[in-house]
Design a protein around this ligand. Sequence first.
Ligand SMILES: C[S@@+](CC[C@H](N)C(=O)[O-])C[C@H]1O[C@@H](n2cnc3c(N)ncnc32)[C@H](O)[C@@H]1O
Length: 273
Amino acid sequence: MDNEFRINLLKYRKAINLTQEQLAKKIGVSFQAVSKWENGLAYPDIELLPPLASIFQISIDMLLGYRVQKIKITEYEDHYQSETYYWGNQVWDGCYEVLKKMPPVRPLTLLDIGCGEGQASVFFAKNGYKVSAFDIAQNGIDKGIKLAQISNVSVNFFNANILDYQLGNNFDIVYGSGVLQYIPLEFRGKFFENIQSHTNVGGINIFNVFVEKSFLPTPPDWELTESFWKSGELFRFYKDWQIDFMEEKIFDCHSSGVPHKHCMDTILATKVC
Ligand SMILES: C[S@@+](CC[C@H](N)C(=O)[O-])C[C@H]1O[C@@H](n2cnc3c(N)ncnc32)[C@H](O)[C@@H]1O
């Protein structure tokens, strides 16, 4: 088996401009140890994998080069197969709210959760934010990387699962559109604990969620892994934050080619302490 760990370690260390010595110091080992790992002469102890993954802001699976083969995790992997961009070139209105609320007049870090094909991530990078972005669909990520390249901006795209991704660094802005329905009810508390504790004071979170309404049929492209939110449920996670904007609205959608309606709750909130 190829030592994918060795290749990834080198790739991600270089991506964040760390020398072997600097990386070694961060995790409390000698630089010779890091050198041996990168040369495929040894592996690190298992307890060093979480801090390493956290320094690179990737999952342990990704660090080890592990990918579940042949199991389709989301229908979006099919939607993202084609050369054209499934989500077009429009970004959600929330992106403009971020620009208004926290214009990048100083260096600001932004995390785009469930970035799909990267349209919003690239939009933010073009506007001057320092963007990290992840999705579970690798072909979406690959299209995001391509979009960033042709737009001449840099985005730290990586593959991760919203259900087990642990943030290592803090962000000024955490953004997610059309993705939190992949978090089942029982994991939502942990998810918000993770992202809120890794949002800088004065920073913002902006999210939307699909809300269940008895008078609206389930959308035709709704996946088994998706769980609706209850009306107002999202807002309760922000009771200790300053709420800058919240709304619930019903709108028309044509994804999957079949016209349908969604109900969506949106929040933009600032961490004040
Ligand atoms: C409705 S799309 C939204 C994409 C993007 N945010 C946008 O607005 O264009 C939902 C995205 O969630 C991703 N996704 C599904 N399950 C996921 C998971 N467990 N972890 C991370 N991303 C996931 C899908 O691959 C898809 O790209």
